[in-house]
Design a protein around this ligand. Structure first.
Ligand code: NAD
Length: 333
């Protein structure tokens, strides 16, 4: 069977997902949800979605009566994911939420609980979990090719443009760079080190208080400590370009990915040489893999379920708390 996907929020990222899904073997677009009628008719024509499977934000609860939709992929601004995913669950459909799945761990857990009560699956759009070079580094680490892991560095950032966009609006974004791009270093530290962090320290710097208002972080550096003694040192920013790099260091070797989380091609090398896995559009791989997870109960190498998203949000909560207190915060994931 093929996973039948309704896209919610027909913006920039939904366009990328929709295009990538044209090459999927196991997933197809069968529904659309948007507040803009002209988008519904344009996308409906382009992706062959009939009028009866097009919805707006008022009436999308009616998907419960639509046998042609298995899952809703929520790609709206961060603050909306929580309520929208809960409504999808109550309509009896599986949900995929874009990252960050919510604004904080409490909201994330409410989404997990609503989906489990409704008996539906909740996945988070962590596309790197299916990326071939990333998976090769993970395979090498699991085969002990780097030895005991000691250190991870994650650099995630770009210079953000338009000051009026939702990403710089605390109410819709929930924060700043950390919610949007720093989350890649947080998530990456966990899947690269293969442990859950037990403490966090963090420092915030802001050079532009007009563009980056109260509660919207510009640059945060943070450090994570792991039970084995491994440490991670990361930087998240909306004010520097060319920051997309992962470095994993072990007793016997290293891996370096740069770019590490952009749309690709990802480039990388280890102490044994260049990584040569071919590039495939991330969202194509992701949606085919998610079809397997939802329809067949497949277990991905790196989890992408709601619990995984909540762990990242607990770390985000702790990073913001550590920035405010200047102190080390303990974590219990
Ligand atoms: P966008 O602004 O391009 O699109 C957001 C869409 O939501 C727009 O179509 C907008 O009309 C709609 N929307 C619905 N209600 C809205 C409201 N109340 N206010 C504003 N817009 C509203 O943003 P985007 O870049 O597509 O990001 C959407 C989500 O996808 C975010 O959570 C973001 O973090 C995530 N994202 C993920 C990746 C990835 O690689 N996984 C990449 C980009 C974005």
């Amino acid at each position: 069977p093929v996973l039948r996907v309704a896209l919610m929020g027909l913006g920039g990222y939904a366009s990328i997902v929709a295009k990538a899904m044209q090459d999927c073997k196991r997933a197809k677009i069968t529904g659309l949800i948007s507040g803009t009628p002209s988008k519904l008719s344009e996308w409906g024509t382009k992706y062959n979605v009939p009028e009866k499977s097009r919805y707006n934000y008022e009436n999308f609860d009616d998907i419960k009566n639509n046998p042609d939709i298995d899952v809703v992929y929520v790609t709206t601004p961060n603050a909306l994911h929580h309520d929208q995913v809960i409504r999808v669950a109550r309509a009896g459909k599986h949900a995929i939420s874009e990252k960050p799945m919510a604004l904080n761990a409490k909201e994330g857990q409410e989404m997990v609980d609503a989906c489990s009560e409704a008996g539906v699956k909740l996945l988070v759009g962590y596309r790197m979990h299916f990326e071939p070079k990333t998976l090769e580094v993970i395979r090498m680490r699991n085969a002990d090719e780097f030895g005991k892991i000691l250190f991870f560095q994650g650099l995630s950032g770009f210079r953000i443009g338009d000051p009026n966009q939702w990403r710089l609006n605390k109410a819709l974004a929930g924060g700043g760079s950390l919610m949007d791009i720093g989350i890649y270093s947080i998530n990456g530290a966990r899947y690269m080190v293969n442990e859950e962090p037990i403490w966090v320290t963090a420092q915030e710097t802001k050079t532009d208080t007009v563009k980056f208002k109260e509660g919207v972080d510009e640059t945060i550096q943070f450090q994570l400590g792991f039970p084995s003694g491994a440490v991670a040192s990361c930087l998240s920013t909306y004010n520097m370009n060319y920051l997309d790099r992962f470095f994993l260091n072990g007793e016997k070797g290293f891996a370096e990915l740069q770019p590490s989380t952009g749309y690709g091609p990802i480039k990388g090398r280890t102490n044994k040489g260049a990584l040569t896995q071919p590039h495939v559009t991330h969202q194509t791989l992701q949606m085919d893999a998610m079809a397997g997870i939802i329809l067949d109960g497949d277990s991905p190498v790196v989890a992408v379920d709601g619990a995984e998203g909540v762990k990242d949000l607990k770390i985000i909560d702790a990073i913001y708390a550590a920035c405010a207190s200047g102190k080390r915060h303990e974590l219990n994931l």
